[in-house]
Write a protein that binds this ligand. Sequence first.
Ligand code: AMP
Length: 213
Amino acid sequence: MRLILLGPPGAGKGTQAVRMAYRFGVPHVATGDLLRFATAWQTDIGMRAKTYMDAGELVPDEFVLELLCTRLSEDDAAVGFVLDGYPRNPAQADALDAILAEIDAPLEAAVNLWVPDENIIARLSARMSCPTCGRTFNSTAEAPLAVCDIDGMALFQRADDSAEVIAKRLQVFRDRTAPLIEYYGARDILVTVDGIGELGDVEDRIAKALEER
Ligand code: AMP
């Protein structure tokens, strides 16, 4: 399966991408994670990307493409992938098409996870991330969370999950990424799924929409 997930920040792409990757037996590839690892390792790309990420701006296409190509050339991605956070603008969509055309393996489906803005702001403000496995958790005043369920690491709030940067990321999504919904819709590989509700229910909706497509 070669699948991409589209949707605003906080729509649940990461969580659902992990679940879809497991279902289809393919790796979950998140460009945000690749960039955060590059930043943590202080690689050349990581250091240059950081300013953009902290401001909620898109990192220049060539940096992201380099990380993506390296990741997709690893053996486990030969069977397919679930891409999360890429493409984020039409030029990136073209670059992805070009990479896939070279290996004669076109994209099979694009899932558009739909969630209204007010839910997104609430979700991102409550989001806590695991520094090692990248999973995210919802931490509220009623049910605060400090450690990752999976590996016991102390959770942290991403710097770009602050109110000001969230607003910027939403605007970037609307201006740059949302046009891709039409782009993939015109190619007949798009399914739109309601991203509100229990994680398992959203997962089932996505799986059903993919089966019925
Ligand atoms: P995410 O984890 O997908 O929300 O991404 C976090 C940040 O990483 C974004 O706000 C961007 O600064 C950067 N980023 C992730 N993926 C891309 C991409 N495909 N193109 C440009 N910037 C990206």
